[in-house]
Every structure is written in structure tokens, then in C-alpha cells.
Design a protein around this ligand. Sequence first.
Ligand code: DP6
Length: 408
Amino acid sequence: MKMPENDKQSLSMVTCTAPVNIAVIKYWGKRDEDLILPINSSLSVTLHQDQLKTTTTIACSRNFQQDRIWLNGKEEDISNSRLQSCLQEIRRVSRKRRNSGDSTSDVSSVSHKVHICSVNNFPTAAGLASSASGYACLVYTLSQLFGVESEQLSAVARQGSGSACRSLYGGFVQWKLGEQLDGKDSLAEQVESESYWPELRILILVVSAEQKSVGSTSGMHTSVETSQLLKYRADVVVPSRMEKMIRVIRERDFPAFGELTMKDSNQFHAICLDTYPPIFYLNNMSHRIISLVHHYNQYYGETRVAYTFDAGPNAVIYTLQDHLPEFVQVVRHFFPPEVNGEEFVKGLPVCSADLSEELKRDINMEPTPKAIRYIISTKAGPGPCVVKDPNHHLLGADGLPKKSAISD
Ligand code: DP6
């Protein structure tokens, strides 16, 4: 759309970034699919945006004829029902604030159409659900544009993708399932900030074999329909695990945190197997990583490293800074990387370490070359941020994606 020169001023634009989160108590199953209300509470760690983030620019103008969205350089269908839920909901909340005289910002823009442009700084191959950071970023950026208070945002982001509500906060975040039918109390809240446990470190092990897996939305739908274990998990297991998880995080008790994280990941995958027909997210490499972690912990007689897996084969490892160099060397030894010039460890630097012969012997596994493509090394990080520098806007003054935001 070509815009007359003197109309350019009527364009308001905001750019924000939002993080990815990885659950240590998993969300799996909805009690209301339209409002996205879960059958159990969940808890996650927000990852640092220096390594993984979504960036979104939203412009609004009275000259725009329709809402439009570009994701990772391609225009997508804005009529997607979850996108529509978020747009409608944020406009509704903003109008309500305006009508009650609460809003300090210029909210005339709420009736204007928007152009949305969003990119991730992490490859799709990392297998990380981009929907959490994507919807969190969409909703946070809209809130900045339309002047909506941040306490109201998690209920909106939740309606884009359940796990997205947890990406609105940094550090350790719980999503309380709530009791109300309208979902007003099904909200995310911070348990502790990202600076609470600075020694905690996170590795994403990106495995090579790519398989097309069942998406979380349809997977959890089938689990709710068919798995009896799921009901037991929601009613009996998760309530006490949530309490315990919050306690061990507050105590910075890594062995207890790690054990509970692994048990909860295993129970989630057990429910996938109990689903009919069964869902397999883990592959042989995931199983080998699980064995490696248990052998490593057994060698030291304590839980030094913990794994968790979402709806795919890539492992997310939690450990403490002191154990990080040795564990990365263990991974390098048992999963020797392809020598192709691509760096094996990306993200936060990891010091080198020597492995004792005894440790290698004790782990007693055959090395599997090239099974892990690379590792992303990161830590807990903050929630969404506003990007002040206008040079970082993904949309140009004409309201269309800049060349740098378009890939071919
Ligand atoms: C296994 O939030 O992607 O990652 O609400 O249908 O969009 P929808 O599902 P989504 O499910 C995430 C499932 C999980 C566990 C978790 O993140 O808690």
C-alpha cells in the first residue's frame, strides 16, 4: 500500500521482544479448548533472550485497510482463530480502559487496523515451540500500542497458546489453572525472578534426526479423550508437585529440582504413550541422552544434571554452572559432532574440561557420532522488553516489512 507523504505521521509503531520458556512441570490437556483453560497448573523457566527470542513490530494507522501479519518473512493468514482471539481481546480490554477513563496513553488507535511483523532469532530446527514466545510478543507489543496494563496480559496471551502466558514473565513462572468458568483466574505469575538462581544453566541439545511429530494442540486433545493416566496426573500428581517445585526453587535445591523435573518430563511422555493411538515424541537419541544423564548422575551419586523434553526429540538440560564444562565435554565425547566448521556449542561460552578415564568407563556407552547437531547454551532470563531504537523496527515508514525482515 502506498501512503501519501503527509499521512506517515499518523502511523504509530512499537517493537518488543519476548522469551521462550521451558516447563519443568508440564501443561498437557485443556478443560476448555476455546478459552485455552488447562486441566493442570504448570511451571517453567524463562530462557534468556540473548540466545532465544521473538521480535515483533506492530504499526497501526487509520490508513491501513485491514489487519495483516508477516511471520519470519512470509505473510500469513490473519483470520487464524487464535490470532483473532488475541486481537479482539486486547482491543476489548483497551476500549474498556478508555471508557472507564483509566488509560493514560492515546488509545484512539485501538480502532485502527494493525500491521504485525514478527521474527525469531532461533532456527526452526531447534524444535522449540515458537508459539509461546510468538504469542507473548504479539500480546505484549499490542498492549504497548494500545495502553493495556500488564496484569491483564497473561489471560490474553493464554488464548493464543497456553504456554505463551508463562513467557510474559522472566525467571521462574507458574500458570495457575484457576477455577472460574470464564478463565479470569487462569493466569501466569512470577515465582522468582531471573536473578534468583544465577548458578542455574540451561543447554538445548538439538538432535539431528528430524521427524514430523503430532502438534501439542492435537496431541493433548487426544490425550484428554483417551488417557486415564492424564486424569490421575491432573487430580493427584500435579497439585503436590507444584508445591514441591516452588519450594525447591526457593531453596535453590538442585538435586530435588532436577529429580522432579525429570520425573515430570517422564510422566508427560508416559501419558503420550497412554494416549490412544499413542504419541511418540522421544526418539532413540532422546533415550540415549536420558541414559547418559542417569549414568552421569549415578557416577557422582547425586543429581547434577536433569533433562526435560517437550513435544519433540530435543533435550533441554538443566544443570549448575560448576558442572557445566564437564557435562558438555561428556556430551561431546559420547555424541561426537560432525566436523563441518559449524560451532558445536552456541550461545553462552562454556569452558573446556578434561574427562577422567574412570568417568568415561563408568558411563559405559558406545559413542554415537553426529547424533547431536549442536548445543545452545543459555540461562534464565527476563520477560518481554520494549525495543527503544527505531532502527530496530521490522516495519518501515510505509507500514510494510523492511527488506531485512523478509527472507526468501
Ligand atoms: C509439551 O502451549 O503449545 O510444551 O495451548 O494448544 O497452544 P496450546 O499448546 P502449547 O503446549 C505446550 C505443551 C508442552 C508443555 C509445556 O510447555 O508446559
